[in-house]
Write a new protein. Structure first.
Length: 340
């Protein structure tokens, strides 16, 4: 089964062609990071304009790389939620046009499910498993059973992990996106420099706002006093605290649910400390931890094609007139209610 995956929810325009949810024939990603960098974050209007400008060429490139034509495509998977509304609409409208024009059934894909299924492209994942979802907009611990039914065990009560990385980065003056830079700075700084109190949050919920504020308050205090400080120490203390909390909660969920497999999903899955620490601590508990390769951690079309494949396998029947309720704002816990 050949699926064309389209992703335009934020600042990456990507189109991929994936065979049977596993074999990536092409995964063309056009990143707009360099364009948005100078504004310190993604400017929605500019993002939409670049998607429009590039998407048709990206389709051509992707088909060429995969050495197929639209006539070979069985289904089109497209990110329909959540994300920037204007950006999503470019991908969805383009997908609808292709679908009508070439009579190819359309499969709407939730962006976070795309990140989760990115794990199945390259790795053999045992079910049931626990998915740790860590992105710019989400932080969730999700239980997935053998039949791919999802249960949300908990999520953030305030900021998402990626969001707090980006906010801390802004205060430290290291630009956008903050995650990859803070990740590098961790190894140059002292993680014990700033003692950050771990927020008391019940169950599998999280709170990152206080951790972010602890760093921001320290920076403001030092600036007010006119004293020097080393940003690497703050970056290290922040990352150390965040990764510790994520690891503890995920492994607690594994113990309680008797799960032996964890997958990490979302942009923050690229974090080197989260990958190594969760793997190390998981091994002590007999838990296997896997994550996608770096290219599949960023927003990309291949993960959307893979998620569309598993949605179809689970019995999704493409609709002729896709209405897409909840486009742009639908969080993963609401999407889970549909169980497809
Ligand atoms: O999944 P994603 O590409 O976009 C959303 O769907 O939200 O995630 C983007 C987020 C950004 O907040 C970025 O700072 C973060 O992922 N990120 C990282 C790393 N690479 C990207 N955070 C921590 N460490 C990284 N290495
Ligand atoms: Zn994403």
């Amino acid at each position: 089964m050949l699926i064309l995956g389209i992703e335009t929810s934020c600042d990456e325009t990507s189109i991929a062609i994936v065979k049977d949810g596993k074999e990536v024939l092409s995964n063309y990603i056009s990143s707009q990071i360099a364009i948005h960098k100078e504004y310190g974050g993604v400017v929605p209007e500019i993002a939409s304009r670049h998607h429009i400008k590039n998407i048709a060429t990206i389709l051509e490139e992707s088909l060429e790389q995969a050495k197929v034509t639209l006539d070979d495509i069985d289904y089109i998977g497209v990110t329909y939620a959540p994300g920037l509304i204007g950006a999503l609409l470019v991908g969805v409208s383009f997908a609808k046009g292709l679908s009508y024009g070439k009579n190819i059934p359309l499969v709407p894909v939730h962006h976070i499910k795309g990140h989760i299924y990115a794990n199945l492209v390259e790795n053999n994942v045992e079910f049931p498993c626990i998915a740790l979802v860590v992105s710019g907009g989400h932080t969730n611990i999700i239980y997935i059973d053998e039949n791919h039914n999802f249960t949300n065990l908990g999520g953030t009560l305030d900021d998402a992990v990626g969001e707090s990385y980006d906010k801390v980065a802004r205060v430290l003056g290291i630009g956008y996106p903050g995650g990859p830079v803070i990740d590098k700075m961790y190894y140059e700084g002292n993680p014990d420099f700033l003692k950050i109190t771990e927020p008391k949050v019940d169950g599998y919920n999280f709170s990152f706002s206080g951790i972010k504020t602890a760093v921001i308050n320290y920076v403001n205090k030092m600036k007010m006093k006119g004293e020097e400080f080393a940003p690497v120490d703050l970056a290290a203390s922040f990352q150390g605290t965040v990764v510790d909390i994520l690891c503890k909660k995920v492994l607690k969920a594994c113990a309680e649910k008797n799960v032996k497999q964890v997958i990490i999903a979302g942009g923050v899955a690229a974090n080197s400390l989260l990958r190594s620490e969760l793997k190390r601590r998981g091994a002590e508990q007999g838990v296997e931890v896997s994550y996608p390769s770096m290219k599949l951690c960023t927003d990309n079309g291949a993960m959307i094609a893979a998620a569309a494949y598993y949605k179809l396998k689970k019995g999704y029947v493409p609709e002729k007139n896709l209405t897409l309720n909840g486009i742009a704002t639908l969080p993963i816990d609401k999407e889970i209610e549909t169980q497809l």
